[in-house]
Design a protein around this ligand. Structure first.
Ligand code: FAD
Length: 473
């Protein structure tokens, strides 16, 4: 049951009660700023998993532990007496938007972008073809991806569609020496499967050219340094592309740095039995299957050419096609948010329409007390640091509204009191997981990890998590 009730806020002013839906960086950084800047803020943060931190736990690669240090900041936020974590896992009934509106002064929606964009080509769902994010969720212990089956032992070649950092993350995990992965918090079942993997060659494929690649220099450098892995690409063509666009690059330092890394022809080492290949100007048109159509056997691309000025170069199909044999296809071409009942949603952009974080309806009217942050606000792009800046922007919008006494949700005369809300949860048999419950689950993960010589062993099912609390889902 709920472990913490709010202590009286010292400031005699009326408390500002905010519900936050989603406990990733978008939610936590907004909460951080509000708790710091506004003494009477009281926050209830909800999540649909019994554990917090969103993609920091389930997205960030296991061999990038330094990125996960932001969890320490989130822990500090959660230590604030004015903060409560109420994880109502999706296997339980939930609270609706109108119910939240009936209790809180404002709601912040920050539930991210949990779905993947699709290629829209034949055989996309055949065994061996899935999204890179599902693969990431699988090795990172996300309950919904725990049971993913992959043909890692049936093929030596994987194709990753997309050229962003997540594409490089999955290519790196597929090619990393297993003993390196053992030192990380990658799940044991994934480690076991990867230790038996036959995959030796990974093709990272993009529609356009090197200047449009979305990965960053840090990730590329890491990929280029993978031990025993040869890098292949059309180096002469890449070099020409870079040379032809020097004036464009001179005004874009990060891209210029990335291009100078790509422009280095790697030495061929005969000890390398693995390889990765950066392939440009290819659009997948079909996933090819084996004779009984039960598994991936290859992929068919249309070859593209680049058209238009370099600032907005487009890939245009040439009508020429090529095929490539492979047994695993991971698409890494972006994400999308899901609409929620009771919330405006822009289907075209896949986000909640807003002005600096304040939600607007289809008539462009601002909705009192309704805010958004994170990937749901901006669309699914950007790293944790950009999500932080963006969350602070939403916090500033809320603070501004509070300062100017802009109407919030609290105008409803029949509001649910704190007791009513607890009664409602009780009647629905909702038993939220608190932040201190999460710390018990986390402590058990650290213990399980230390027995295996790794930082933590994540529980990858909701039942395992709740067992630690002697509860059932
Ligand atoms: C595979 C992958 C790897 C990444 N690696 C890095 C990296 O190494 N470094 C970096 O800086 N950035 C990385 N990013 C980007 C970074 O994770 C995002 O910028 C950031 O997590 C977005 O924060 P968010 O709060 O909007 O969404 P999320 O982090 O997705 O958080 C959303 C939260 O909402 C919850 N939720 C979902 N639906 C509901 C609902 N209906 N009700 C209640 N709660 C709900 C989810 O459980 C989750 O806790 C990565 C992204 C991906 C996809």
């Amino acid at each position: 049951m709920l472990k913490r009730t709010f202590t009286t806020v010292t400031n005699a002013a009326k408390p500002f009660k905010l519900a936050v839906v989603g406990s990733g960086p978008g939610g936590f950084y907004t909460a951080h700023r509000l708790l710091k800047e506004h003494p009477t803020t009281q926050i209830d943060m909800y999540d649909s998993l019994p554990i917090p931190h969103g993609l920091v736990r389930y997205g960030v690669a296991p061999d990038h532990p330094e990125v996960k240090n932001v969890m320490t900041t989130f822990d500090k936020v959660a230590e604030d007496e004015r903060f409560r974590f109420l994880a109502i896992n999706s296997q339980q009934p939930t609270l609706t938007v109108p119910e939240l509106q009936n209790h809180y002064d404002a709601i912040l929606f920050s539930y991210g972008a949990s779905e993947d964009r699709r290629l829209g080509v034949p055989n996309e769902d055949v065994y061996g073809s899935t999204s890179a994010r599902t693969f990431v969720g699988w090795y990172n212990g996300l309950p919904r991806d725990r049971d993913l089956k992959l043909p890692l032992e049936d093929t030596d070649t994987a194709v990753v569609i997309g050229q962003g950092n997540v594409a490089l993350d999955v290519a790196r995990i597929l090619l990393s020496p297993i003993d390196e992965l053992r030192k990380t918090d990658i799940t044991e079942y994934a480690l076991d499967a990867l230790s038996k993997s036959r995959i030796k060659h990974v093709h990272v494929v993009g529609r356009r050219g090197p200047l449009q690649a979305a990965f960053t220099a840090k990730e590329l450098r890491e990929q280029l340094k993978l031990p025993g892995v040869q890098f292949h690409a059309d180096h002469d063509w890449i070099h020409d592309q870079i040379q032809q666009n020097q004036s464009f690059l001179s005004k874009r330092r990060p891209l210029k740095r990335l291009m100078s890394l790509l422009d280095q022809k790697p030495a061929t080492t005969h000890n390398n039995d693995k390889s990765w290949n950066l392939k440009f100007l290819r659009s997948p048109v079909e996933i090819l299957t084996n004779s009984d159509a039960s598994a991936v056997a290859g992929i068919r691309y249309e070859v593209n050419r680049l058209e238009g000025p370099v600032e907005k170069q487009r890939a245009v199909g040439t009508g020429e096609y090529e095929t490539q044999e492979c047994g695993l296809v991971l698409r890494s071409i972006g994400y999308k948010s899901l609409a929620m009942d009771g919330l405006p949603f822009d289907n075209n952009q896949g986000l909640v329409p807003n002005v600096y974080g304040k939600i607007i309806d289809s008539e462009q009217t601002e909705l009192p007390g309704m805010y958004t942050s994170g990937w749901l606000k901006r669309g699914p792009t950007g790293v944790i640091v950009s999500t932080m800046s963006d969350a602070y922007e939403t916090a500033d919008t809320i603070l501004n509204d509070l300062r100017q006494d802009v109407p919030m949700l609290s105008t409803n005369p029949n509001r649910l009191s704190e007791d009513d809300l607890m009664q409602l949860m009780y009647r629905r048999d909702i038993c939220p997981v608190s932040y201190s419950d999460w710390k018990l689950i986390e402590a058990a993960e650290f213990n399980a990890g230390s027995l295996l010589g790794k930082p933590r062993e994540k529980f990858a099912t909701v039942d395992e998590m709740l067992n630690i609390l002697n509860r059932r889902s």
